[in-house]
Design a protein. Structure first.
Length: 268
């Protein structure tokens, strides 16, 4: 089932009008027809099923009708059992857009851009709170069906990013937190599986993964992250672009989180 992130809720009659750019997206990209089902994420995070009940090309308007209790085929119900954060060491704008889109599709909860030692010149000028990035996130959620309300923050220093993460994880306790940084060098590093094996057994409520920009991560930044409790992860693969490394790292992290959850369920 396709998903639509709406800026307004259904009205009292259970109807929702779709106009403007969203109308063109429904008609020309999704190619939806009357009778198709759409999952709508309303303001506040609630998610309901609806049917496309009217398509008026002259008025350039689509009407969705709420249909509580109906289940659609191919409906995504992955909402993320673990809240995942991404420290994105600020790359070039074009690559930042790719990373934000892919992270959103993967269900990352919060993306924190980090101005790092090796960030590309000009990356500090990227407005990550712009309408463009909001649109990228919205379209990625609609395309993937992600129920996670992905957010991207302002670009901050590494020290500030770690401080934000520390403040957040204090709410759940250290035993429910997993933090890792992807490093292109294998010194002091472990595999993702090795890092999870060293972690105290139990469900992970919040996980953070840090990934460098085109120039990688400096030794000083690695030392700081290690001292802040981040596991140093090295993938024995080909050399990956920063946008590929982010996606690869998120996928491996989610695979390990799924395995931890499976083991937890078996023990219970």
């Amino acid at each position: 089932m396709r998903q639509y992130v709406s800026a307004k809720p259904f009205d009292g009659a259970g109807l929702l009008e779709v106009v403007g750019k969203d109308f063109r997206y429904f008609k020309n990209v999704l190619r939806l027809r009357v009778g198709d089902m759409v999952r709508v994420c309303e303001p506040g995070g609630s998610s309901v099923n609806s049917t496309l009940c009217a398509l008026d090309e002259r008025a350039k308007k689509i009407v969705l009708q709420r249909c509580d209790g109906m289940d659609g085929e191919n409906q995504s119900d992955y909402s993320g059992r673990t809240e995942i954060w991404l420290f994105m060491f600020a790359p070039k704008p074009s690559r930042a857009e790719i990373i934000v889109r892919q992270a959103t599709e993967c269900g990352v909860f919060r993306i924190i851009p980090v101005q790092s030692d090796f960030s590309s010149s000009g990356s500090e000028k990227i407005n990550f709170k712009s309408e463009r990035f909001s649109r990228i996130i919205k379209e990625a959620r609609q395309q993937s069906g992600s129920l996670v309300q992905t957010e991207v923050g302002e670009c901050v220093s590494l020290e500030r990013a770690v401080s934000l993460w520390r403040d957040e994880t204090e709410k759940v306790g250290a035993e429910s937190v997993f933090s890792a940084v992807l490093y292109e060098r294998n010194e002091q590093s472990v595999t993702m599986r090795g890092a999870f094996n060293r972690k105290k057994k139990g469900p992970v409520k919040k996980a953070c993964i840090a990934c460098g920009s085109e120039g990688g991560i400096s030794p000083n930044e690695i030392a700081f992250l290690k001292a802040s409790g981040f596991e140093i992860i090295h993938f024995d693969t080909n050399i990956l672009r920063c946008e590929t490394a982010c996606l690869y790292g998120i996928a491996v992290l989610q695979a390990e989180l799924t395995e931890v959850e499976r083991e937890e369920n078996e023990q219970n």
